[in-house]
Design a protein around this ligand. Sequence first.
Ligand code: GLY
Length: 448
Amino acid sequence: MKSKVIRDRFLKFFKDKNHSIIQSSNLIPVDDPTVLLTTAGVQQIMPFFSGLKEPPSKRLVSCQKCFRTTDIDNVGLTPKHLTFFEMLGNFSVGDYFKKKAIYWAWEFLTEELKIDSNKLWVTVFEGDEEISADDEAIAMWKEVGVSPDKIYKFGKADNFWGPPGEKGPCGPCSEIHFDRGEQYGCQKDKCGPNCEQCDRFIEVWNLVFTQYNFNGKKYDLLPQKNIDTGMGLERLIAIMQNVESVFDTDLYNEIIKEIERLSNKKFGISSDLDRSFRITADHLKGATFLISDGVFPSNEGRGYVLRRIIRRAITNGKSLGIYDEFITSVSDVVINTMKTIYPELKKNREYILDILETEEKKFSNTLKQGIGILEDNIKHLKKEKKSVIPGEVAFKLYDTYGFPIDLTKDIAKKHNLNIDLKAFSTYLEQQKQRARSVRGFLIETKKL
Ligand code: GLY
């Protein structure tokens, strides 16, 4: 089943249950200055939940463009993490609540898409001193047919969602996980949903029972009970297309093929190269959408996120052996594969490619300067018969010249040198602390 069919079937399934389809909002959140980027479909629904705005309908459904900066470092390392992704979601603004949300989610996965129900496990909120355990959800999951040994309980970190910013609607949640099979497991006794040792279980759908408002200190009941759900489209497609990772789905095939053409290397042969393929594909897809939605590369806030992913894509392209400028041709493939769903990409094509071209040229010059500095340092070290590049030098290259530490490591390795990574980490931590105090007001979602 192609991605377009799956996206359409989700929207139609809920349309047939009287939901109004709403368009994805921009990646730059409209109503919440405390949030850097749009990380969930519910963000544009929040004013309806809090009663600040009148919804067009009490039942809504969408496919939302999302970007999660907290996953930048996970991309490439796992089969499921992406920075840019599409989130499918159905919402109830004071209309149906837990029972219908659970029953319909189960019906969509097991009857509409015919996913084997034996492969689905669920998690529920175990309760804490402020909010009671969700025994109701446990009973409902049993009613739809989930066997009790496939129902796991977790605390706030896993089974409580929101608010996306500092304050606002939130609630306990219940997640549906897909079991890819024992062959992907760590074989440990405790292996199950949210296992930190392996990728056997993939979280597919999160159902949030949004009944609280967090005012910064405590949770008050909202005047009405709401439903917010979020399902990663790419993960669902990977399950439906029975492929190894989200990068093997039809949403990424053309992008990966273009990177294969440019690098003259094959995807799926070596895990090191695959990591670079995945990072390059993910980051250039994300950069294309961010620019289209009005983010401009800069040294702070969302502009810095954009600059960082463009630079990571370029250096990972270099790890694949792409030495010429290349990012506009990958971005063009992203535009071509996604433009029928997101027509703004077609409209903004020239603008997107111009920004990427300028940014790549700028970074190439910076890289050249950085490489000059590193080579001078290496000459000096060799003269003094030293074999360790000081952490301060690696940090300066990272901080001032945008060198990812992996690139410095690669160059050091070619010269049989090591890097003082401990000192590098100390400088990095100090910088993060400085950045945290400056950017403290820009808060990402608490639970992603
Ligand atoms: N708002 C639900 C989710 O992002 O999982």
